[in-house]
Design a protein around this ligand. Sequence first.
Ligand code: CMC
Length: 430
Amino acid sequence: MADNKPAILSVFGKEIELPVLTPTAGPDCLDIRKLYGQGDVFTYDPGFTSTASCESTITFIDGDKGELWYRGYPIEQLADNSNYLEVCYLLLYGELPNESQLKDFVARVTNHTMVHEQMHNFFRGFRRDAHPMATMVGVVGAMSAFYHDSTDIGDPWQREVASIRLIAKLPTIAAMAYKYSIGQPFVYPNNELDYASNFLNMCFSVPAAKYTVDPALAKAMDRIFTLHADHEQNASTSTVRLAGSSGANPFACIAAGIACLWGPAHGGANQAALEMLQEIGTVDQIPEYIRRAKDKDDPFRLMGFGHRVYKNFDPRAKVMKESADEVLDLLGIENNETLKVAKELEKIALEDEYFVERKLYPNVDFYSGIILSAMGFPTSMFTPIFALSRTVGWISQWKEMLSDPQNKIGRPRQLYVGADKRDYVPVANR
Ligand code: CMC
């Protein structure tokens, strides 16, 4: 970090020096750790719009330029030239693997794709109509009961085994959640297949018929995994870090991340975006939905638009849009009504003053749903696919946090605006 002059903050007539930390990229940070001790004041930042919660070497986003890097590599280069498991290695260990490191890593992940057989019974306790995300929150949380031998976070070996287990088993669990919800038998992983093909096979094959994974669709699936692999300190990642900061086991932490991701403002937006397009239905209905999105008395928002950090464009959306065109072309889906609505909505919103002024652009979720739906996934599977892709990011961030000597339990303070101290009144006198 560069040797900066400290910033001076004047609080109630007292000057406090705040060290200024300079990152590799992005804005400088005022180090306020000693502020309370020296000035007897807290900072107030709901939604963390101006707060860096940790130091990290994993992912960088430049919201103004629309850039996303994993360990310094631009997402576009990784999406075009790499593959998901190589990206997993990069996120987990910091560097791209050489050939033998990659081979070894792929073998380790592949060896862990099956889940404990007893987990099949555990799944059967859920209602068939449960949302696959609900099932996943429960099953991933329960992994600590099935894999107790990798829950000691003080043991680096156990941390490593838990990480590999999570990356390897999440596709199996997501596919099982899907199969269970549609009443089909679970399909065991096939370790002859690559990561993405194996996931497609577990979702779409049935014992009664032959199913061959289309390599072009597997490539598109792998790209979706890569584009979602990590995204810096977003809500679910911060949830994983906060849960992990107390020393909770990795399976519990990832289950917490999945729960947070489910919300429609976050990972749940891909399901919400496609359902919104279906609800709009026809191009002539778009103006009414645009009107509603602008109406401050109407809670409706254009799902798949806007981002807390990207204020120019979402680089993932750019790649995803290309992928969507390729997949639709491959599947011969030319212009169905949902696609027409999506294209027209995108055009109108990009030109509309309200959206332009607020820098609201289509985000990754706007296009991913179109691809996944074309591949045959129901909307309820969109967020589970996001969750399985993001698992490696959550784990990388969790591991980084645990090895950070500055790590301490996350404990925000508050601006208390409740009742002042008062005396208890017996019920008969109230
Ligand atoms: N439709 C209509 N208006 C919007 C939208 C939208 N999708 N998003 C933001 N606005 C307006 C908002 O009403 C506000 O207007 P004003 O300044 O007049 O009050 C302004 O834009 C700023 O919005 P904000 O809520 O302060 O922005 P935020 O940074 O807190 O929220 C967001 C970011 C992603 C939660 C929000 O844009 C949103 O709800 N988008 C729809 C959900 C979505 O697509 N989420 C996926 C995010 S990308 C995947 C992921 O990382 O999880």
